[in-house]
Design a protein around this ligand. Structure first.
Ligand SMILES: *Cc1c(COP(=O)(O)O)cnc(C)c1O
Length: 394
């Protein structure tokens, strides 16, 4: 059975977003007519290089960066790996890495396995978070050491939307002579970013989280920051990332950056209002439901809500019957339901962490959709609780 996009209420935009029509339109000529290789000597190919550099400028403009600081990659994950492994190779004498306990798997699993990937032993400090998902800056300051090679901390959390004060953290790192990387995959396009005014050395973003295609990303590398490529090969990206460019997707990403810059106001007014209506409506109409994450230090589009004494996966299955798309904070791994490492780090009790649902909106959501979800959810939760051995009506 095929589910068509017009049939679903899509509130899973932190997982991936639809390609904006404007983005697809910008890409199409590069999938049909302009198939040349940007590295070719002839004009037919070479003109593609100009289009790529225009996209590079569009990305740079969104970030408040210089075009020369933008490296196109294959995804957010590659950007994260490149930044962290580059820093470790640039400072072979340093053997300490600082990160947080709530990073995306792209950073978390790399930092958990540095010895496998580098053949060297590293000491990794994983900063804890408060109950509302925020970071204690004093604790951060104290963990930086002379042998710290890099700090990697996300700008916005993909599960809760909670923001870290990465600009301040980057300042502190620079004062200690430590490189600073931020995974800003969820932040770019949702909150204003001006890298010129920060001490951030590396920033990762991903196309498919901001209405561009899957399979394209960017690593921002501050001018003057030591850099060792992750992908070696041709001289593409000024020798910083080998491999023939994903031309159409890069063009699409450039267009998407321009689009989200134009839509950021709407994201922070209309989308935020929809999110707030959804969140307040659910918390108000469903007993024993609670918000995960800081109320205000948060992305405008994300609401992570726990419904106590029910399983997130079961909730999702029932939502799926109404074609409502969202995510749960638990992942079914090896037969046991493990609550998310993010909610565990926040100390969310097991009874609540298991029943967490992440709603993540976009500019394409409507008020009617929010109203439908608000009308549908209470019965789903009540039905599941009626079956739950842990639920006593109180
Ligand atoms: C989606 C995501 C990534 C991974 O990006 P890909 O392009 O899918 O590799 C990394 N970090 C965060 C915070 C994300 O949300």
């Amino acid at each position: 059975m095929t589910i068509l996009p017009e049939q679903v209420i899509y509130m899973d935009n932190n997982a991936t977003t639809r390609i904006a029509p404007e983005v697809l339109e910008a890409m199409t000529p590069y999938l049909t007519q302009f198939y040349g290789n940007p590295s070719s000597m002839h004009t037919f190919g070479g003109q593609i290089g100009q289009a790529i550099n225009q996209a590079r400028q569009e990305v740079a403009d969104l970030l408040g960066a210089d075009a020369g600081e933008i490296v196109f990659t294959s995804c957010g994950t590659e950007s994260d790996s490149t930044a962290i492994l580059s820093a470790l190779q640039s400072y072979p004498e340093k053997n300490h890495v600082v990160t947080t306990r709530v990073e995306h798997p792209a950073v978390k699993n790399l930092c958990d396995n540095l010895e496998i990937f580098t053949g060297r032993k590293y000491h990794v400090t994983r900063l804890p978070v408060e109950a509302d998902g925020t970071l204690d800056l004093q604790r951060y300051r104290e963990c930086l050491k002379d042998d710290t090679a890099i700090v990697s901390a996300m700008w916005a959390n993909n599960e809760t939307g909670v923001l870290f004060p990465v600009e301040e953290m980057a300042d502190i790192a620079r004062q200690r002579g430590v490189l600073f990387h931020t995974d800003a995959v969820q932040a770019v396009g949702k909150i204003p970013i001006n890298l010129k005014e920060t001490a951030i050395d590396f920033l990762s973003l991903s196309g498919h989280k901001l209405h561009a295609p899957k399979g394209v990303g960017v690593l921002y590398v501050r001018k003057g920051t030591p850099f060792v490529p992750f992908m070696n090969g041709g001289h593409q990206e000024q020798g910083r990332r080998g491999g023939t460019e994903n031309v159409a997707s890069i063009i699409g990403l450039g267009r998407a950056c321009r689009l989200v810059a134009e839509k950021m106001e709407e994201e922070n007014t209309r989308v935020r209002a929809l999110r707030d209506k959804l969140e307040e409506g659910l918390l108000g109409s469903i007993p024993k439901s609670l918000l995960n994450g800081h109320k205000t230090e948060r992305l405008p589009n994300t609401a992570n809500i726990s419904f106590e004494y029910v399983e997130g996966e079961a909730i999702l299955l029932h939502m799926n019957q109404h074609n409502i798309c969202a995510s749960s904070g638990s992942a079914c791994t090896s037969g046991s339901l493990e609550p998310s490492h993010v909610l565990r780090a926040m100390g969310v009790p097991f009874t609540a962490a298991h029943g967490s649902i992440r709603f993540s909106l976009s500019i394409y959501n409507t008020e009617q959709e929010v109203d439908f979800v608000l009308a549908t959810m209470p019965a789903i939760i009540a039905k599941l609780r009626a079956l739950s051995p842990f639920w006593e009506d109180n």
